[in-house]
Design a protein around this ligand. Structure first.
Ligand code: WT7
Length: 658
């Protein structure tokens, strides 16, 4: 990106909080002033949400930037904070997890039962020789044992590395090797799309390449046939037979809690390292603030997989530290049918739902009539995370899921930030569809140009974080240099900005006329058209705002006259005619619609009507592959694609359209 992003789209709709929610909100408007007057004192007050075995001496040590230490000298046990203390407070019978298996089997885990399971697993790991500081890999489906395994590691000070259960042998083996893990916790398989899907064969192949692994602990979930090796131990023959008594020891606030790998766009995966006190403080605080969680009455459901940071922070550590009751679902949203999510909301009376734009757009595509069949009146706060949410998807979510009552909180954050950084507060903010609005109290974010100068309202540029925050990554595992290069060299003090260290998030963003923040996608995805920096997100949102469009992905393709030209891949809604002349008319109409919404500079050169888009397993559109198609190149690496047949469909559609 040469200078700043154009600011093309303007949104005038705005939705203030419902009066009753605002009156009873956990966090009110004063929090912004409180935090601004003394940021560190504000975070210290949030840390008091937790139970510390030893108080800290200093809130933040930033004497060796960008290597932060939060709550220096403090000691606590994460599992004690997520489990024991709720039982000690008399809430042992309270449901921690309503688990729903894909085939329809269910389990209810109370906090007392969770304490027993976590203690048993901690005892077993200790018997297997795992001690504080060792690494444990976790490769599990979405079953309660996934949360138990993470908490058992935290309880004994072992650093977990959760690897998403959909990843390949290669991905698992390289992650085990990078972290030098001693134990893998896995299952025979899990249920996906109506049938058992094996995990153990992948682990067997990976472990054969990893000398560091001493034991493999195997949960029996599907009962399918699996091969057995000398390293394997059944969970039900070890953990479930172990003592349910375990005394949690406190660990230093900066003790490594977990490593989680992000693939990024290039190079080998980065092992993002999170530590104990600051991470738990910010996940606990944000889960309470952003969702207005009332632990006595709310039923919370985050639809993410535990293999992503959203699952770490907002299924395990945030909700459990807050003593929440939550739903955990094993399977896919269309099994046995496309109403499964809404059936679950209806069944458990879910009041807070946290999901991703890709799912919201999929539900839009499937049709309004599906959620309309269920009672969704229990919902009171809706959240979104993972990608920019198009204003029309936001509106659909509010109307068809929230029935015009519920606030929608669009939460911006990253694996690296550990917890939500930018989001409306549901009881305070008059939210605009498609905007993450403002940094949370205690968070300092800005939008800057090439020279690290903040852009004025109405301008666009790079999203940066200008002050350290408690749940920030501490480094990339084993690679401090890459940590410095990736996040701190672009605008860091080393880059000539006095002594201020500025974190480069890698996202484009703009400030609107009121100063609200709009995320515009990864800067690698920005298009340069006739000298204008145009965001893929804005053009995609303009397309999705047309009633015939369900989803769109936009890329810049090399163009002899304009440098780059805009090429859009568009999925029409179910009922729209796309054959022959009707398709051509629709394409003309969509090109004009974008020109009218954003201005002629944003008019796509080409629009392809497609039935699917290439997505990663976490649901992000892989624009890199679409660029390959748009520029008639052979495809790059497709191994992280959710469905590898999608690209064949798109490429063949592309040829026939020419
Ligand atoms: C990237 C981080 C945060 C948990 C899941 C993703 C994009 C995330 C939003 C949002 C616009 C968003 C950014 C960010 N992103 N949330 N609300 N609006 N963009 O974690 O895999 O580390 O990805 O996701 O591009 O940098 P991740």
């Amino acid at each position: 990106m040469s200078e700043t992003l154009e600011n093309l789209y303007s949104e005038t709709r705005q939705f203030p909080p419902p009066a009753d929610l605002a009156a009873a909100a956990n966090v009110k408007a004063e929090a912004y002033e409180d935090a601004a007057s003394d940021r560190l004192a504000y975070w210290a007050r949030q840390a008091e949400r937790l139970t510390w075995a030893k108080p800290w001496d200093q809130v933040l040590d930033w004497s060796n930037p960008p290597f932060a230490k939060w709550f220096v000298g403090g000691e606590l046990n994460v599992a004690y904070n997520c489990v024991d203390r709720h039982v000690e407070a008399g809430n042992g019978d309270k449901v921690a997890i309503h688990w729903e298996g894909e085939p329809g089997d269910t389990r209810t885990v109370t906090y007392a039962e969770l304490l027993k399971l976590v203690s048993q697993a901690a005892n077993t790991l200790t018997e297997l020789g795992v001690t504080a500081g060792d690494r444990v890999a976790i490769y599990l489906p979405m079953i309660p044992e996934a949360a138990v395994a993470m908490l058992a590691c935290a309880r004994i000070g072992a650093t977990h590395s959760v690897v998403f259960g959909g990843f390949s042998v290669d991905a698992l083996a390289t992650r085990i090797q990078d972290a030098d893990a001693k134990v893998v916790i896995t299952a025979d398989g899990g249920y996906r799309r109506g049938k058992p899907s094996a995990l153990k064969p992948t682990v067997d192949e990976a472990v054969a390449r990893c000398e560091s692994i001493e034991h493999v602990l195997v949960v029996r979930r599907t009962g399918q046939d699996i091969a057995w090796t000398a390293k394997d131990k059944w969970w039900h023959e070890t953990v479930e037979q172990a003592s349910g008594e375990h005394q949690a020891q406190p660990f230093d606030a900066e003790h490594p809690l977990f490593i989680l790998y992000t693939s990024g766009t290039t190079g080998k995966p980065k092992g993002i390292l999170h530590t104990t006190g600051g991470y738990l403080t910010q996940t606990s605080y944000t889960h309470n603030a952003v969702f207005d969680l009332k632990p006595e009455t709310d039923v919370y459901w985050c639809t993410a997989d535990i293999g992503w940071v959203t699952g770490h922070s907002y299924i395990v550590y945030g909700p459990l530290s807050n003593g929440a009751t939550q739903v955990m679902y094993e399977g896919t949203p269309d099994t046995p049918d496309r109403g499964r999510f809404w059936q679950i909301v209806d069944k458990y009376k879910v009041s807070i739902l946290y999901t991703a734009p890709t799912l919201i757009r999929t539900m839009m595509k499937w049709g309004d009539d599906i959620p309309a069949k269920y009672d969704l009146s229990s919902l009171r706060v809706l959240g979104s995370v993972g990608e920019p949410i198009n204003p029309e998807a936001w509106m659909w979510y509010r109307q068809h899921i929230g029935h015009e009552r519920t606030p929608v909180v669009d939460t911006w954050w990253q694996t690296e930030t550990g917890a939500v950084m930018i989001s409306p507060l549901p009881g305070v903010t008059a939210a605009k569809p498609g905007s993450a609005m403002t940094p949370l109290p205690g968070v300092s974010a800005d939008v800057v140009d090439d020279t690290a100068t903040p852009v004025p309202n109405g301008g666009g540029g790079f999203l940066v974080l200008t002050e350290p925050w408690p749940s920030m990554l501490r480094t990339i595992w084993g690679d401090d240099k890459r940590f410095l290069d990736t996040y701190w060299s672009r605008f860091g003090a080393g880059a000539g900005n006095g002594d201020q260290w500025i974190y480069f998030a890698g996202d484009g963003a703009k400030k609107d006329e009121d100063g609200a923040l709009w995320l515009l996608g990864r800067v690698d995805d920005v298009m340069l058209v006739s000298g204008h920096n145009i965001s893929t997100t804005e053009v995609e949102s303009a397309l999705v705002s047309h009633p015939s469009v369900a989803e769109a992905a936009v890329v810049g393709a090399t163009d002899p006259t304009t440098g780059q030209a805009i090429v859009a891949f568009t999925i029409p809604r179910g009922n729209v005619a796309t054959d022959g002349a009707a398709g051509e008319a629709l394409i003309r109409e969509l090109r004009d619609h974008v020109a009218k919404t954003l201005g002629p500079i944003a008019k796509p050169r080409q629009i392809m009507l497609v039935t699917e888009l290439p997505k990663t397993r976490s649901g992000k559109i892989m624009r890199r592959l679409l660029r390959d198609v748009a520029e008639n190149r052979s495809l790059g690496d497709v191994t992280t694609l959710q469905d590898s047949t999608v690209m064949d469909l798109i490429s063949s559609g592309m040829r026939s359209a020419k």
